[in-house]
Write a protein that binds this ligand. Structure first.
Ligand code: 6PG
Length: 254
């Protein structure tokens, strides 16, 4: 049964320390259990300090970089060097500062003809990766569909309740087969097409951390915790239910 934990912090600094330390905890425990660690990273502004903290020598020396594989929950349809690129954000805040084998970095490539093709290519990449690491694949238990089982997914949430690039009202919220999907309308901030992991993939993960800051997001979370059912139709983030543990790290101030 999934366990939900909510941790409140005064500010983003304290929340980010908690998130960075949890990533290290899950990394060490996955590596000692099965030899590798798979982490899906969030884009947007809030997790940037967490990535910077992970790259500081005191924490970086505790991370099993060689055995850790890094993926993205979503990507904006811009080039990998664009300031809005989620890949570029993690590269600048973390990967440029630590020694990670290049093959452990699994970016969502935006160098394809269309977001749809980009989504297919990333799904194929994930399938190849997880097929060669069968220990990381779990049967979803229904319809004989198989989804990957990431050890840890870090997510953010928008003030409209979106997470990754799963926006309120999107038909993608009903996706049952795909691992990765294109969001072809111009949505979110910045309003551009995107590529995102789907809900069944997020929900097959072992553990998920939401890192959110500010009063508006805290209030949305409070509504989830109290009236879950109705909120699921309104806020995509309320539909996220991993297998083992869901941790909300909430910073009071943005
Ligand atoms: C993205 C995201 C997105 C993000 C939320 C929250 O690429 O935009 O992955 O889902 O996590 O929009 O973003 P902030 O933390 O910047 O508010």
């Amino acid at each position: 049964m999934m366990e939900t934990l909510v941790q409140h912090f005064k500010n983003v600094e304290q929340a980010s320390i908690a998130a960075a330390d949890l990533i290290i905890h899950y990394a060490k425990s996955a590596v000692s259990d099965k030899g590798n660690f798979t982490l899906v990273m969030a884009g947007g502004g809030t997790p940037q300090l967490t990535y910077e903290l992970l790259g500081e020598p005191f924490r970086a020396e505790q991370m099993p970089w060689q055995q850790s594989h890094f993926f993205w929950g979503d990507e904006r349809w811009v080039s990998a060097t664009h300031p809005d690129s989620n890949y570029s954000m993690v590269h600048n805040t973390l990967f440029s500062k630590v020694h990670i084998p290049l093959q452990n970095i699994h970016q969502i490539s935006t160098g394809h003809q269309s977001p749809e093709i980009g989504a297919e290519v990333y799904e194929k990449h994930l399938r190849d990766f997880f097929l060669s690491n069968p220990i990381a694949v779990a049967d979803s238990g229904h319809d004989n569909l198989t989804f990957p089982s990431f050890d840890l997914v870090l997510l953010g949430m928008g003030t409209d309740g979106h997470t990754a690039s799963l926006f309120p009202g999107s038909k993608l919220l009903d996706e049952k087969n795909k691992w990765v999907a294109a969001v072809t309308e111009d949505v979110g901030s910045p309003p551009i097409p995107r590529i995102t992991l789907t809900l069944p993939v997020l929900n097959q993960a072992k553990n998920i951390i939401f890192l959110v800051a500010g009063n508006r997001k805290r209030k949305i979370l409070d509504t989830f915790l109290h009236k879950q059912e109705r909120q699921e139709t309104v806020y995509p983030a309320a539909r996220v239910k991993p297998k083992d543990r869901l941790i909300w790290i909430v910073a009071e101030k943005e």
